[in-house]
Design a protein around this ligand. Structure first.
Ligand SMILES: C[S@@+](CC[C@H](N)C(=O)[O-])C[C@H]1O[C@@H](n2cnc3c(N)ncnc32)[C@H](O)[C@@H]1O
Length: 194
């Protein structure tokens, strides 16, 4: 990875850590994934040779950079969805700094509406928006995921009680195999098998 991109990643990690220490409200904070999950997602996208990636919940683009770098490595494209215009502006600036403008596109607006408008298939989806919407996102996106594609959902350990219904929902689907990977805040990794 280029020195400037490592520095950008470190800068965003510092900002997120400081915001958590300051106890800023959730609506203001960047709420980024942990660095180990960033690397995990990057490795998973490369290992699966995914070329069409969707992220739900961009924030300032920290997780998008990890995913987007892997998409670029695979000569693929990534789409990310974010409702907050302030975060969209920050994310676009970070994509530019990471030289990902040609790889990553962002749609501003409610992801539920954006997903319905999407006329394409994905081989990798990352869900990281509001927890109460996870099942709705899964159900909206699942028909657009290729067989052999993967859906990863963040926070299933940090918000275990709230997201139990999500894990039960994806594991009860006969067309999936799904497992909790206990890194960072907990990742539910779901494979679409048919
Ligand atoms: C946990 S943060 C995402 C963090 C980001 N994935 C990262 O690790 O860098 C969740 C984001 O989802 C966004 N969000 C919440 N509801 C949304 C919706 N209905 N449509 C699109 N984005 C939404 C929030 O504005 C927030 O930026």
């Amino acid at each position: 990875m280029k020195k400037e991109i490592i520095e950008l990643i470190k800068e965003l990690e510092k900002k997120d850590a400081e915001e958590r220490i300051q106890g800023l409200p959730v609506s203001v904070r960047m709420r980024n994934i942990t660095p180990d999950v960033g690397l995990f997602l990057n490795i998973l996208v490369k290992a699966t040779k995914s070329t069409s990636i969707l992220e739900i919940g961009t924030s300032n683009g920290y997780s998008t950079i990890w995913l987007g770098l892997a998409a670029k490595y695979n000569n693929g494209k990534m789409l990310t969805l974010e409702v907050d215009p302030r975060k969209v502006t920050m994310a676009k600036e970070n994509f530019s700094r990471a030289n990902l403008e040609d790889t990553v596109s962002i749609i501003e607006g409610d992801a539920k509406e954006s997903i319905k408008q999407l006329d394409k298939e994905f081989d990798f989806v990352f869900i990281d928006a509001e927890k109460e919407d996870y099942i709705e996102y899964f159900d909206l996106v699942f028909p657009k995921v290729k067989i052999g594609g993967i859906i990863v959902a963040d926070n299933v350990v940090s918000h275990a009680e709230q997201l139990k219904v999500y894990c039960d929902h994806v594991r009860a689907n006969p067309d999936t195999q799904s497992v909790l990977v206990p890194i960072g805040r907990g990742e539910e990794v779901t494979l679409k098998i048919r």
